[in-house]
Design a protein around this ligand. Structure first.
Ligand code: A2P
Length: 333
């Protein structure tokens, strides 16, 4: 059956994720009839290329969504809060990359490899999960299907792209400055980013976990429909441009062997196994950058407790962590 071409809007079209959304729509041959690129008034006059044609960046207003079928939002939670309702009112389905609606019980939170059926429950808005949660669950879900996971202990190594184009610029600028003998001057982040590692830049709550970590806890439960699963995250920024890495330990209800786990990963959508112990070749950002698939490997038994496996993964934060996942959701529609 041929797919009906759709009128698509990208909100935040000049941002790090928005640019990747446009590229992903093109690369995946998404059936676009009309493309409307929206950003702030600051960007009016700029253009972006799609299928060899230049499209003007238009200012986002409440009237931007007439005739739009699908609106991909990636301009931050406050923009989504203000404008998503206008898009829905105009008849569009919103796929929102911000945290604004993720925990709203009316809004499905979807990783297409994990819970595609949840898309059907939407009432106009579908939320794209947090990047660290998306890439983790692409690797966890095939193993969860072998035996229920009781507990996840995860440490993240997060890239600058999670803070948008300005975060990436800050890392590049500071690296140049330090290499030239200067001192890194933090602007976007509180701490020096070049040649440094620091706890994730979101606020720490009373329970000692920062907002990014609590996203991993709550979103994992919602996506897996498992309120009992325990998640203990430690989220950290590392000076990498666009891929997140994660060290993950899973405690299962029953024993899962390495062979069973690898077999499940081999069949898993969206995942590439990088697990070559002989040559010490495991997932790395330099190999996951600009890739659609999550790389997973370094798979081993957790020797400290029964029924537990440890592994490492990497995924492109801008693609599977954001733009690709959003376009895949639109494809499900
Ligand atoms: P603009 O470039 O015009 O500021 P990033 O996450 O890489 O920083 O990108 C954020 C995206 O969100 C950009 O496209 C930015 O547009 C857009 N944006 C930010 N604030 C607004 C706003 N108030 N209205 C529309 N777009 C916005």
């Amino acid at each position: 059956m041929a797919i009906r071409p759709m009128n698509v809007a990208v909100v935040g079209a000049t941002g790090a994720v928005g640019v990747e959304m446009i590229k992903t729509l093109e690369k995946r041959n998404f059936p676009v009839k009309e493309l409307r690129l929206l950003a702030s008034a600051r960007s009016v006059g700029k253009t972006a290329l799609f299928q060899g044609r230049e499209y003007p960046i238009q200012e986002l207003t409440p009237d931007s969504f007439q005739g739009i079928d699908v609106a991909l939002f990636s301009a931050g939670a406050s923009v989504s809060r203000e404008y998503a309702a206008h898009a829905v009112k105009a008849g569009a389905v919103v796929v929102d990359n911000s945290s604004c609606f993720r925990m709203d019980p009316q809004v499905p939170l979807v990783v297409p490899e994990v819970n595609p059926e949840d898309v059907k429950k939407h009432q106009g808005i579908i939320a794209n999960p947090n990047c660290t949660t998306i890439i983790m669950l692409v690797a966890v879900k095939p193993l969860y299907d072998l035996s229920r996971v009781r507990r996840i202990i995860v440490s993240t190594y997060q890239s600058a792209s999670g803070a948008g184009a300005k975060g990436m610029d800050e890392l590049l600028q500071q690296t140049r400055t330090v290499l030239a003998g200067g001192k890194a001057e933090p602007k976007v982040f509180k701490w020096p980013y070049a040649f440094n590692v620091f706890s994730h830049n979101t606020d720490i709550g009373e329970n000692g976990y920062n907002t990014e970590e609590m996203k991993m806890v709550n979103e994992t439960r919602k996506i897996l429909h498992d309120d009992a699963i325990g998640v203990c995250p430690t989220c950290v920024r590392v000076p990498v441009l666009r891929s997140h890495a994660e060290s993950v330990v899973l405690e299962f209800q029953d024993k899962v062997s390495l062979e069973e786990a690898l077999e499940a990963w081999k069949k898993a959508p969206g995942l590439t196994i990088v697990n070559d112990a002989a040559s010490n070749h495991f997932p790395m950002p330099c190999e996951s950058n600009e890739q659609y698939n999550v790389l997973a490997g370094r798979l081993r038994y957790d020797l400290s407790t029964p029924n537990s496996l440890a592994f490492f993964l990497c995924g492109d934060q801008l693609l599977k962590g954001a733009a690709l996942n959003a376009v895949q959701i639109a494809e499900l529609l």
